[in-house]
Design a protein around this ligand. Sequence first.
Ligand code: KIV
Length: 248
Amino acid sequence: MKHSAESLRQMKSTTPIPMLTAYTAPIARSLEKVGIPVLLVGDSVGMVEMGFDSTRHVTLEHMEYHVGAVRRGAPNTHIIGDLPYDSDRDPETALRSAQRLLEAGADSVKLEGPKYDVIRHLVSSGIAVVGHTGLTPQTATSFKQVGRDQQDAARVVEEAERIAEAGAFMIVLEHIPDALADTITRTVPVPTIGIGAGSACDGQVLVINDAIGMGEKWPPFSRQYAYVGKAIEDAAAEYAHQVRARTF
Ligand code: KIV
């Protein structure tokens, strides 16, 4: 059964939500096969798959391409499409961008930061929205944990509350102290999905490349459940050896 925004919202405080990012059809197929209920086609694709040094280089066209691929791989899974940098700069632009991601196959969209007017406009136009606060990579100047001092923590709490009030059905909390994520989770009426935010959240999202160990380095908060990068290197080395030895 494919989850709706409403069925995901109802999992608040009752059923922990495992979310992963996905960018390609074969990965999406595997994740659907094991019952991951919700996939995020994140603009992290720019850094972990496209070789950019920032998510700011990701365009709406890139996102449409990847949302389409993930939808073809996981036809029965709720897919969140990330609105890339600047595609949500004002309510009308965001609406057109969100509609394009829905047409590409997304069920809902995610956007970063305190854009309450944008969230309200999308929701009142019938689009399900996921908010995102804490570390917001599109505008961050570093990847350090945020919300560490009292003033910044209060800002993050207020942002989460206002994102929920504006109508988001779920909020991603990125790289904030566990205790702060716990407070927010107990405060807001919608599920919180942590990434580097501890286990008190209503669920967790990890970047798939980090979780399966594909890449050179992974954020300290992300566990590796496999080392796929090493498996690829071993397979390619063995293949090259066989060709050179004419044993293929
Ligand atoms: O783009 C992304 O993958 C994200 C997650 C890190 C939450 O926004």
